[in-house]
Design a protein around this ligand. Structure first.
Ligand code: HAM
Length: 422
């Protein structure tokens, strides 16, 4: 049996990097007042179709959708923003305190063509803020991303930001785009022709060569912002500049989900070939209302966790596995019972200890201690047990000392304290 295409196991030898990122992210978000939220992995299909947009790649082609036994149409979540917005509305969070900051870490599902950095089950680290219209929160989110990547020692990332305007200024932009396209509309691909009616902005993101050519020199949203959107974008930029966050304005950035308004951004890398976006986000001031809640400004981002880990791996940022403090080497049945009791006791004291119950020879157990990278080995053979004196071997220096069996835990505590442990 094998995993399904695009799905994979993350094995214990790779988990250190994932845990390091999770800890750094949770600590940073918590310090900034973001609280963890956990949302279901499955929701009604309608939630994603209405939020992400019927005419997006995700909704048209990539969702894992099925009918359950009662015929309800359900979907494995392809992202978290829709679900967190649903939760905000369902629990009437806006009534108690409309300003809410969330983060979540978990798996998402999109049936894309698998390749390096692109999986069908992948993980996101997601942050969302509800109820704040001010541009300072846009800056805070981009600042947080930058800070997290800095703490993780990531280099070679670039932040691309753009403003997509709002319902006030978008119609004028769309008209300018249509005027520009004029006769060129004929050469657009079928997707663009279809999308033109629902969200013409998406044409700007098309990767088909003929569309790209047709769009050369096309108008940009940033050049058609209303005064309020322009002020907003100016504050985002100046705040980031004041905080020394590197970014460039990317007029062609539109993002692949329909809910965005105003600020949108991506953090890109050149380390993963075609899959250049390590994180993406933006404002979605219309979504809560669209889903049946009160008008609520909102904004957030998601980091592609798998991609982040791959970049960190390439940069050699995987944490070293901690060596084992102690391996107890039991020789004989009576020794095994003792070894079991001591290993439990020592592990509870914070001295990482393992033993072996397979009744192996001294030679093979020493090999096992080496394999486990044990700092010390405690030899408990029949004669040692009879004399109530065990042998402690330092695996670095090969020195051996005797330890009285009755004060084993105390002796080891002292030794490990000297080694800055325990
Ligand atoms: P997104 O751009 O679709 O945005 O995804 C965010 C990130 O998830 C991407 O930049 C990428 O790193 C990662 N990602 C997406 N698809 C895959 C895949 N198939 N395999 C591996 N990684 C992938 C969103 O999902 C929005 N919900 C972000 C957001 C939050 N906007 C506002 N709040």
């Amino acid at each position: 049996m094998q995993t399904i295409r695009g799905f994979r196991d993350i094995l214990p030898e790779h988990i250190g990097l994932w845990q390091k990122v999770e800890q750094e992210a949770a600590a940073l978000f918590t310090a900034f007042g973001y609280r963890e939220i956990r949302i279901p992995v499955i929701e009604k299909t309608q939630l994603f179709a209405r939020s992400i947009g019927e005419a997006t790649d995700i909704v048209e082609k990539e969702m894992y959708t099925f009918e359950d036994r009662k015929g309800d149409k359900l979907t494995l979540r392809p992202e978290a923003t829709a679900s967190i917005s649903r939760s905000y509305i369902q629990h009437k969070m806006y009534a108690v305190d409309p300003v809410r900051k969330f983060f979540m870490i978990g798996p998402m599902f999109r049936r894309e063509r698998p390749q390096k950095g692109r999986y069908r089950q992948f993980y996101q680290i997601d942050a969302e803020v509800f109820g704040v219209e001010s541009a300072y929160i846009d800056s805070e989110l981009i600042f947080l991303l930058n800070e997290l990547f800095k703490r993780l020692g990531l280099t070679g990332l670039t932040a691309h930001i753009n403003s997509l305007g709002c319902p006030e200024c978008r119609p004028a932009f769309q008209k300018a785009l249509m005027d520009f396209l004029g006769d060129r509309k004929e050469v657009l691909c079928d997707n663009c022709t279809r999308r033109m009616k629902k969200n013409p902005l998406r044409i700007l993101d098309c990767k088909v060569e003929t569309c790209r050519q047709a769009l050369e020199g096309a108008p940009a949203t940033v050049d058609h912002l209303c005064p309020a959107c322009e002020d907003h974008f100016n504050i985002v930029r100046s705040t980031l500049e004041n905080q020394n966050v590197d970014f460039s304005v990317d007029k062609s950035l539109v993002r692949g989900l329909d809910y965005y308004t105003r600020t949108a951004w991506e953090i890109q890398t050149s380390a993963l070939g075609a899959q250049s976006a390590v994180a993406g986000g933006g404002r979605y001031d219309g979504l809560v209302k669209e889903l049946g809640g009160p008008q609520t400004p909102a904004i957030g981002f998601a980091i592609g966790f798998d991609r982040l880990v791959e970049v960190m791996d390439q940069l050699g940022k995987a944490p070293k596995e901690e060596p084992l403090d102690l391996f107890i080497l039991p020789l004989g049945e009576g020794a095994m019972e003792k070894a079991y009791a001591w290993s439990c006791e020592l592990n509870l004291l914070g001295i990482t200890t393992q033993t072996d119950f397979r009744g192996r020879s001294m030679k093979s157990l020493m090999k096992r201690a080496d394999k486990l990278n044990a700092r010390y080995v405690l030899i408990a053979g029949e004669s040692e047990l009879a004399e109530k004196k065990l042998i402690l071997r330092d695996m670095n220096t090969k020195d051996q000392v005797n330890i009285a069996m009755d004060c084993l835990a105390d002796e080891l505590k002292t030794i490990f304290k000297k080694n800055n442990k325990g």
